[in-house]
Design a protein around this ligand. Sequence first.
Ligand code: ATP
Length: 270
Amino acid sequence: SKAKLFDEKSDTKTSFKDVAGLEGAKEEVQEIVDFLKFPEKYTSLGGKIPKGALLVGPPGTGKTLLAKAVAGEAKVPFFSLSGSDFVEMFVGVGASRVRDLFKQAKEKSPSIIFIDEIDAIGRARGKSNFSGSNDERENTLNQLLTEMDGFGTNTNVIVLAATNRADVLDSALMRAGRFDRQIYVDLPDVRERKEIFEVHLRPLKKEETLDVDFLAKQTPGFSGADIANVCNEAALIAARKGKKAVNKQDFLDAVDRIIGGLEKKNKIIT
Ligand code: ATP
């Protein structure tokens, strides 16, 4: 069945307001929003609208969020799939899945296609660690390249892809007319962490004296996803203790817990 192939959500609910920090990245994707909204403005002098952009950065920094916000700001449908789906779920049918995805996105254009973890299909050819699945992955990658090359200038589908390993990608993906733009999405600095906290504190009942600068300073190295996690965890910790509002200590306990989780994860990797 096609049902689980990809989510198409007219995700008009996510906007740039939901994306804290990332000023540079937001500025760059603002241009993509504009391409989707006013294509004629850009093609009127004979220029070609870019087909794809690569969002590059560590896990949890808001790449998916940013892609959804582009769709939301432009008010266009959002088609997404994850590279790891191809490895895990779509064995043997990768190329036809890609064909279907692009067909649907074209039918609903203007639209956004978002490919998360593109490195799972876009690794440099002939360099995969997985023996056996190599041909399958290459077929999928080749289909992706074919689809992007097949777009006419008026297709008005823009493909955003995310990776935290741009260095392992097949250079064919980065060629002109494909993912020829790279947008960096870095870990937040202290000022950006404060902004991210503000976004995720919004729905919480917290003590009025809560010092957001303090929280930002306590969380160096945390990604946006980690901060979202801290806020949620703090609310659960406070609730478990029967409190009426989340306070500083709950956040500190949540930070400890998240750091514990991060350390465990790193141990598995090394
Ligand atoms: P991955 O590489 O692991 O797929 P990602 O970079 O795509 O991660 P997202 O999935 O966009 O990260 O982020 C996960 C969640 O973390 C978001 O849904 C959001 O709640 C929070 N988050 C991450 N970055 C930000 C940010 N800059 N502003 C606000 N929230 C953020």
